[in-house]
Design a protein around this ligand. Sequence first.
Ligand SMILES: [Zn+2]
Length: 101
Amino acid sequence: MGLLSFALPRRRDGCLLYVSDRGLAHLVLTRRGFGAITFGHVIVASVEPTPAVWRHELRHVAQYERLGLSFLPLYLWYRARYGYLDHPLERDASEDPRLFS
Ligand SMILES: [Zn+2]
């Protein structure tokens, strides 16, 4: 996804950040109404992340570290069951208390 954003990544807080307004990543992000998406330690954003967005995405990185490869199927299952606003991983990334410390 990062490579298909046609942007050069840069390191930030132990992650690779791609910021791109073109490519597959931008298409997926804008179609889904998201500003950024996280895959492990790779964060792809359609615009430079604000501090709040960056904190949110870093929380998803922490979730990936805890859940490993089960993150994606669990994320999709929660998404189908709860939608976005009540999604436990999104709520965890957006507010306290945390699921993981
Ligand atoms: Zn999120």
